[in-house]
Design a protein around this ligand. Structure first.
Ligand code: ADP
Length: 228
């Protein structure tokens, strides 16, 4: 059994879902003049919506909550607060997924109060209806049961976190310190049940080695039991 439910999302699915979302927006009759991407998850969908809806104006706001894969930070904050005048614009705020929805709620409030667009609507590829505190105006997919979607733009970051969790809890639970590449690949599938490809596993191991968590010795990786 996987330790947490994870679904791998491909670039092809992202393109298809973004097309679907663009059609939902078009059908509604809402014609935005500016797209605002919520950093970082909203970047790719926002850029694709600009393309599919023919919108030139693209801004970004960084509203952050989740600090690492499938693990929540304390609360949502606006990073790099700056001001723009959107009084002449109809805006579309875009994110990849509305989970608890706290970061999008905060971004919406901030934009309404300080950027003051003529109109402001929210679009997301996915909406986890069972946990979200807000329903986006436009979404492509309603998700009923919570899952961690492993999007293509966070693949290395997520795989690194997932491997780190495997290594740290195996040390805690069984005192294990030595790993081969094959063991890590096997455990990764056992725990997360997604096929990310060998490149990502190898690069994630490199990242962990650079951070001092793993040391390569005679073809094995040794956990140094330092905190990162
Ligand atoms: P909050 O972090 O306040 O709950 P969101 O629900 O909007 O706000 O999540 C913020 C960001 O965290 C999302 O835009 C997405 O990039 C990432 N994220 C949150 N939940 C998931 C999930 N279940 N799967 C993949 N990414 C997620």
């Amino acid at each position: 059994m996987p330790r947490i439910p994870v679904k791998l999302v491909s670039w092809e699915e992202i393109t298809e879902w973004s097309w679907g979302l663009a059609k939902v927006i078009e059908k509604s009759g809402y014609v935005p003049d500016v797209v605002i991407a919520i950093a970082r998850g909203g970047y790719v969908p926002a850029r694709l919506l600009c393309d599919f809806l023919g919108i030139e104006n693209l801004l970004s706001i960084q509203s952050q909550h989740w600090t690492e894969a499938a693990k929540k930070g304390e609360r949502a904050i606006i990073k790099f607060d700056y001001s723009v005048d959107l009084t002449e614009y109809r805006a579309l705020l875009v994110d990849d997924i509305i989970d608890t929805g706290e970061s999008v709620i905060l971004a919406k409030e901030h934009i309404s109060n300080s950027w003051r667009p003529k109109d402001l609507k929210i679009a997301a590829l996915q909406w986890i209806s069972s946990v979200a505190k807000i329903k986006p105006d436009f979404y492509y997919m309603e998700v009923k049961e919570w899952v961690w979607f492993q999007y293509p733009w966070t693949r290395l970051e997520d795989v690194t976190q997932f491997l780190k969790r495997i290594i740290e809890s195996s040390y805690r639970e069984e005192g294990r310190v030595s790993w081969t590449l094959e063991d890590l690949n096997k455990k990764f599938i056992e725990w997360y049940d997604i096929a990310v490809g060998g490149r990502y596993i190898a690069e994630a191991i490199e990242v962990l080695a650079k951070r001092g968590l793993l040391k390569a010795i005679n073809g094995s990786y040794i956990y140094t039991a330092t905190t990162m």
